[in-house]
Write a protein that binds this ligand. Structure first.
Ligand SMILES: NC(=O)c1ccc[n+]([C@@H]2O[C@H](COP(=O)([O-])OP(=O)(O)OC[C@H]3O[C@@H](n4cnc5c(N)ncnc54)[C@H](O)[C@@H]3O)[C@@H](O)[C@H]2O)c1
Length: 289
């Protein structure tokens, strides 16, 4: 049996052990969905306080109530740790670490690099690694993959690598991790197939794409689109204010157009903490071409 066949079998039978690196707004809800689907999940983080809270069944993320995390801990389906040697026991590993900007407004890759270093150290044949942190196109195949290949293992045959953008919208009661369609693109077709099969066990809809770069760019398109449109409507609000026009009435009436228009609403700033950050990731890569 090939490594791909063996891993697919473990995924479909839910015998795969799922590792999540980074237990924040993205990683913890994902861990919960994998646990709810029946996978055994191990969460890795560097903050001891978070680890001890989670192992007592207590959550620090609003969208993940204690009543959800505690039963998973009790049933042994979820545990948190800072012992990265346990990565060697994982069949799948999702990387959900921060990707902020440096002072220069260039991407700060340090969290992705340090977590990938740990994964590379313990990588064994038959593992699926999926990067979820928002980043510039090319990160997965040009930065993450070479670090993992130092193990001597061959991607697409011995181990598998994907990028899957995270679209979670903290506080959104209607759309949460499970019912937000999940885009996933692999380095090779076998990687995409395994990534799609894995998410399909826990999430409602999976959208496979042909490469990791496409999947990376999807996220940057979505967030750049939001940033520009929120910026535009904020400008409109200022113009309307000067002209004595009610911008809310304008937006509501414009939103009746059944095609080619989507309402955005004015407010302070440009959305959550990602929206003003992510377009700089697009700019970083775009300016290299
Ligand atoms: N929060 C959102 O709404 C949202 C939505 C979509 C995408 N994203 C993206 O997802 C990624 C994660 O964001 P987040 O909001 O979950 O961040 P977060 O700060 O809430 O969580 C990140 C976690 O990673 C941990 N961490 C840092 N370095 C680590 C390491 N080397 N090993 C293990 N754990 C480590 C931190 O301690 C923290 O618990 C970012 O790229 C972000 O842009 C976030």
């Amino acid at each position: 049996m090939t490594h791909k066949e063996a891993l697919l079998e473990k995924i479909l039978s839910k015998k795969a052990v799922a590792g999540i690196v980074g237990l924040g707004y993205v990683g913890l809800p994902l861990a919960v969905e994998f646990g709810r689907a029946g996978f055994s999940v191990v969460g890795f983080d560097v903050i001891e306080e978070k680890i001890s809270q989670l192992n007592q069944g207590k959550s620090y993320i609003q969208d993940v109530p204690d009543t959800v995390i505690a039963p998973l801990v009790e049933k042994g389906l979820f545990k948190a740790t800072n012992d990265f040697s346990k990565l060697a026991e994982m069949d799948t590993i999702n990387i959900c670490v921060p990707t902020p900007l440096r002072k220069t407004k260039d991407p700060d890759m340090s969290f992705i690099v340090s977590s990938t270093e740990q994964i590379a150290k313990y990588l064994r044949p038959g593992t699926l690694v999926i990067l979820e942190s928002t980043t510039y196109p090319g990160t997965t195949d040009e930065l993450v993959l070479p670090m993992l290949e130092k193990s001597g293992l061959k991607v697409g045959e011995d181990f598998f690598v994907c990028f899957s953008p995270e679209r979670v919208d903290p506080g959104n009661a209607k759309y949460q991790t499970r019912n937000i369609p999940k885009v996933v693109g692999g380095i090779t077709p076998a990687c995409t197939e395994l990534g799609a099969a894995f998410y399909a066990q826990s999430l409602d809809t999976v959208v496979p794409v042909t490469s990791t770069s496409v999947a990376e760019m999807v996220k940057l398109l979505e967030n750049t689109f939001r940033m520009i449109n929120i910026g535009l409507v904020n400008e409109m609000a200022m113009m309307c204010d000067r002209m004595g026009i009610n911008v809310w009435e304008v937006i509501d009436a414009a939103a009746t157009k059944p095609f080619g228009f989507m309402p955005f609403y004015p407010g302070p700033g440009l959305g959550g903490h990602c929206i003003p950050v992510d377009p700089f990731y697009a700019r970083h890569r775009g300016s290299l071409h």
